[in-house]
Design a protein around this ligand. Structure first.
Ligand code: ADE
Length: 248
């Protein structure tokens, strides 16, 4: 998968050299290219923003550098891929695990993290006529820019790519994963030693009885979800839960 990220803070994306994403890059699963938007400015001050039409606070990112940047990047395709333009914005639709799964099926994502009050709308309109555009918010809060959301989205997508996680099973039971846990939050996990500061391990986990363990895990997931995310319990598909019971 190829990822292009256009930003005025390329150094903000350095965490993409580390850990899971860094290893995926090193192994050639991910081809990440970070671009400095200011490369596509032509004035002495490398200006990327200007005052908003209609007045109001803050600055708006000028369309010309984005247009030149995106034209250059889109023309650099080597493999006939069809990119998705990912625009992080608090005004977008929610980025969820489902979105991550959808994006993980793509071969090329181009991210446009903005600063200030956002990018001149005409840029989104222009590329919306040629490409698939996803305007995505990572949550109901406003960050200072789209770089942190890009880090979030890239990590969520990268770990779904074949061969990136050590154990192919390990995202099957993720909180929010479609399937086995039917959008419940994950319950508690334990490892060795069996006794730590007088605290033991739930007996069932030592039983070796896979059916009982699976039922216990789902019960724990249910309790946790009811406590922290009652909205998810309400949305839960009873048919899916019933099917799991038959599986166990
Ligand atoms: N830019 C600023 N805040 C954001 C958010 N919550 N999601 C995506 N992009 C953003």
């Amino acid at each position: 998968m190829r990822l292009d990220i256009v930003t005025i803070f390329p150094e903000y994306l350095e965490p993409l050299n580390v850990s899971l994403v860094g290893k995926a890059r090193a192994r050639g699963v991910l081809d990440v290219r970070v671009h400095d938007l200011r490369r596509w400015t032509h004035d002495r001050h490398n200006t990327v923003d200007d005052t908003p039409y209609g007045g109001g606070p803050g600055m708006v990112m000028k369309p010309e550098p984005w247009g030149e940047a995106l034209d250059t990047i889109l023309a650099s395709d080597e493999d006939g891929r069809e990119p998705v333009l990912v625009v992080p914005t608090p005004s977008g639709s929610p980025f969820t695990q489902r979105t991550a799964v959808e994006l993980a099926a793509e071969s090329w994502l181009v991210f446009t993290p903005a600063r200030y009050e956002g990018i001149d709308r005409r840029v989104i309109e222009e590329y919306g006529e040629r490409l698939r555009v996803r305007e995505l918010s990572i949550g109901d809060y406003v960050l200072a820019g789209g770089e942190a959301p890009v880090l979030v989205m890239v990590e969520a997508v990268a770990r779904l790519l074949p061969g990136v996680l050590g154990n192919a099973e390990s995202h099957r039971d993720d909180s929010f994963a479609p399937g086995a846990m039917a959008s419940l939050l994950e319950g508690p996990v334990y490892t060795k030693p069996p006794l730590w500061r007088g605290r033991g391990i739930p007996e069932v986990l030592l039983s070796g009885h896979h059916g009982r363990i699976a039922r216990w895990r789902r019960d724990q997931a249910f309790r946790r979800t009811a406590r922290y995310r009652p909205d998810l319990v309400e949305r839960c598909d009873p048919a899916a839960l019933g099917a799991q019971d038959r599986e166990l």
